[in-house]
Design a protein around this ligand. Structure first.
Ligand code: 1GP
Length: 229
């Protein structure tokens, strides 16, 4: 899959405003892909609107599906979160089952990518929504990584600290467990140093909120990931 060699992605939230000028800079920054996703105030309109705007540039666009209603054609990939540390089966397999029941006849299975998620910031919206056991210990997280790599053989494991900079120690430990599964890290990256630190361990870092809070620093994270090899 194309994203196997990627190192950096921006995650755009359809519910947040971004100017045309900033969107152009972002899409032409050298980042590898644009992930469209969010958990608050997501509507089919704001998702479709953002897709059309990002499609003006040559950058790959991925929908990270959080509601079935927001799904339309036109993306390069559809990443489907499967929250491994959720205690609610809805977020592990029930929503997925529902979607496949509805759209299974005309799905392009090559565009669909199962994305194992481990949510580790107890205060983030996603943790609350999915009843995630976000206070998981290092041993717990390593076990999720082994599950993703050896048992479920997932293409992606996403260590999610949305809104909070996570533990490099945990991300490093997870990276040691993964060979075939790609490691994504996202959460609280606001500086070049943090981008470099997490890129040492994660295959791909995902930069979200800082786009809306400090655009200049968000753009700086793109080159930071190329300086860690
Ligand atoms: C959110 O992991 C992403 O799903 C990025 O996190 O918004 O904290 O950068 P931030």
């Amino acid at each position: 899959m194309e994203f196997k060699s990627w190192k950096h992605m921006f995650k755009l939230d359809p519910a947040k405003e971004i100017s045309e000028e900033q969107l152009e800079i972002l899409c032409e920054s050298g980042t590898d892909g644009i992930l469209i996703g969010g958990s608050d105030h997501i509507t089919s309109e704001n998702v479709a609107d953002l897709l059309v705007r990002v499609r003006r540039y040559s950058i790959p666009v991925i929908l990270e599906v959080s509601t079935i209603e927001s799904v339309t054609s036109g993306y390069d990939y559809y990443f489907i979160p499967m929250v491994l540390n959720s205690s609610d089966t809805l977020w592990v397999k029930d929503l997925h089952h529902e979607a496949i029941k509805e759209f299974g006849d005309f799905m392009d299975w090559d565009e669909l990518v199962a994305e194992g998620y481990v949510i580790l910031n107890p205060d983030c919206k996603a943790a609350k929504l999915t009843s995630a056991k976000a206070n998981s210990s290092l041993e717990d997280v390593v076990a999720y990584a082994r599950m993703a790599e050896h048992y479920l053989k997932l293409p992606i494991l996403y260590i999610e600290y949305s809104g909070m900079y996570g533990s490099p120690k945990i991300v490093e430990a997870v990276s040691k467990e993964l060979t075939h599964t790609q490691l994504f890290y996202g959460g609280g990256i606001t500086t070049v140093e943090q981008a470099m630190e997490m890129s040492k361990y994660a295959d791909i870092i995902v930069v979200g909120n800082i786009i809306y809070d400090d655009f200049e620093n968000a753009i700086r994270t793109v080159n930071a990931v190329r300086h860690t090899i």
